[in-house]
Write a protein that binds this ligand. Structure first.
Ligand code: HEM
Length: 492
């Protein structure tokens, strides 16, 4: 793995950038930029050099949904030199994710996440290659199959009990809900993967949050607007230093679990056949340390913020709609021994939250590996594709009263998370659909049902739930801008 030192000064990057803006450089950019394709989907007129960057802004799911009203459900944008096609209707999503999925399921991996010289990243790999297929198969059978999920149930129970104890110990105090949920989600996965907790719910020394912080920065750098992505000609200079910064953070993240990997390797070398955790299985399959590290990092990044924000939004929406909270409390009270996966109202609430607040509102960027036709327009090879699942979930042609939280709309409906109904695709659909969906749903069901069953929730300082700020922030995931803080009292 190529780990190098961080860039020292931002100013250095800026002066290098200015130096590069020589006439020759401008000529090259404009020449490449003006490369035009016939029959592209319509879109706003791009400005020289920056294209439509100024129209996308900090909330791309919102700005592209607004632009789509004018330019249509399949729209072209130029982000710097990059051609981006945005799908904003369920029909356009079917075409991209299913009909032409064979050509449009490659990935665009942001330069800041190019952390491995050979493989780049593993599951998010550039192509749907053999390596990617093997990892998806491992995920499907060894990590997220019904059998695997059952065998992980004791870990989930244990982590849940720790979370409930933690909340009980904070009775009467305002608790930062997403922070505690994040630690629980992280430790659940780390116990399955490494057989150990990596964070401590009660840690106030700050060491636990260092690891969390580093993972957060790595992802944040991955989604930050980066000159290397908009102008590939600049890639090698890494002008903003994001790739280098990430490589350093990764080095430290990997060091935090290196001892666990070497212990399990020693046990395997001594002839142990015991499988204490997922890591043992990967060692048996001949995975290198680099592969183990990157696979772990990807799963942590993909799973922790997404499940945390889903639970946080669920609690916030339930607090705001009192009748829904009462309905759910009653369902949970009346069905103490029923399997939570079978509780209709609980599941309707989770679906409704994922419709309104999909953690990955634009899914993950796809890339065309072959030129093809979508809705009678040309999608050129190399174009990046975004599917606006957020806009589709709020499309008034598909949903009645789309902005309101109404779990009842899912009762008796056959809409599920499996990527077969394109009006509801919080986990994507087709080849690149989220492999962690079964794991995510069982985690959310387990935590939400227990938090509602065990506690009564109140906002601090007698705040009116109807006035709860529900502003979302596009970042690592679509999170609540102001983290939910609640005071818990035990249920009567
Ligand atoms: C509520 C929780 C979650 C949501 C809403 C979610 C959503 C998504 C979405 C939209 C994608 C991209 C689909 C596409 O590009 O077409 C994705 C990819 C992925 N997710 Fe999830 N996810 C969640 C939880 C998880 C969990 C718990 C894991 C693993 C433990 C996971 C692992 C992955 C991986 C590895 C990919 C990349 C798949 C590939 O590129 O082939 N996700 N997820």
């Amino acid at each position: 793995m190529n780990i190098t030192t961080p860039v020292k000064e931002n100013t250095m990057s800026v002066s290098l950038f200015l130096l590069l803006l020589t006439p020759l450089f401008l000529f090259l950019i404009i020449k490449r930029f003006s490369k035009s394709y016939k029959n592209l989907p319509p879109g706003p007129r791009p400005l020289p050099i920056i294209g439509n960057l100024h129209q996308v802004g900090n909330n791309p799911h919102v700005s592209t949904a607004i632009l789509a009203k004018k330019y249509g459900p399949l729209m072209s944008l130029r982000l710097g030199h990059k051609l981006v096609i945005v799908a904003s209707s369920s029909e356009a999503a079917v075409e991209i994710l299913r009909t032409q999925g064979r050509y449009l399921s490659s990935r665009h991996v942001p330069d800041a996440l190019h952390v491995n010289e050979q493989d780049h990243t593993v599951i998010w790999s550039l192509e749907c290659n053999e390596n990617w297929r093997l990892l998806r198969t491992i995920c499907r059978y060894d990590m997220f199959s019904v059998k695997a999920l059952e065998s992980q149930s004791s870990i989930r129970e244990k982590k849940l009990a720790q979370l409930l104890d933690f909340f009980s110990s904070k009775k009467g105090q305002a608790v930062n809900i997403p922070e505690a949920l994040f630690t629980t989600a992280f430790n659940t996965l780390s116990s399955i993967y490494f057989g150990h907790d990596l964070l401590d719910l009660n840690d106030e020394s700050g060491t636990a949050s260092v690891l969390q912080e580093k993972l957060f920065i790595i992802l944040k750098n991955g989604i930050k607007p980066n000159l290397s992505d908009f102008y590939p000609i600049l890639k090698r200079f890494d002008l903003q230093g994001l790739r280098k910064e990430n490589l350093n953070h990764l080095k430290e993240v990997f060091a935090s679990w290196a001892g666990i990997i070497s212990d399990r390797r020693l046990a395997a070398a001594a002839g142990s056949q015991e499988e204490l955790c997922f890591l043992d299985r990967l060692i048996k399959r001949g995975f290198s340390n680099d592969q183990i590290n990157i696979f772990a990092m990807e799963l942590f990044i993909a799973s922790t913020d997404t499940t945390t924000s889903t639970i946080e939004w669920t609690m916030a929406e339930l607090l705001r709609r009192k009748e829904a909270m009462i309905e759910l409390q009653q369902e949970l009270k009346q069905n103490i021994s029923t399997d939570i996966t079978k509780l209709p109202y609980l599941n309707a609430c989770i679906k409704e939250v994922l419709r309104l607040h999909p953690p990955a509102p634009l899914l993950l960027p796809h890339r065309a590996i072959q030129t093809c036709e979508v809705m009678n327009y040309t999608i050129p090879c190399g174009a990046e594709l975004l599917v606006n699942a957020w806009a589709i979930g709020r499309d008034p042609k598909l949903w009645e009263d789309p902005l309101s939280f109404i779990p009842e709309r899912f009762l008796g409906s056959d809409l599920d998370f499996k990527g077969e109904h394109f009006e509801f695709i919080p986990f994507g659909a087709g080849r690149r659909m989220c492999p962690g969906q079964p794991f995510a749903i069982i985690s959310v069901q387990t935590v939400v049902s227990s938090l509602i069953r065990q506690f009564e929730w109140v906002l601090p300082d007698g705040q009116d739930p109807l006035k709860l700020d529900m502003t979302a922030k596009f970042g690592v995931t679509l999170q609540k801008e102001i983290p939910l803080k609640l005071i818990l009292k035990p249920s009567k």
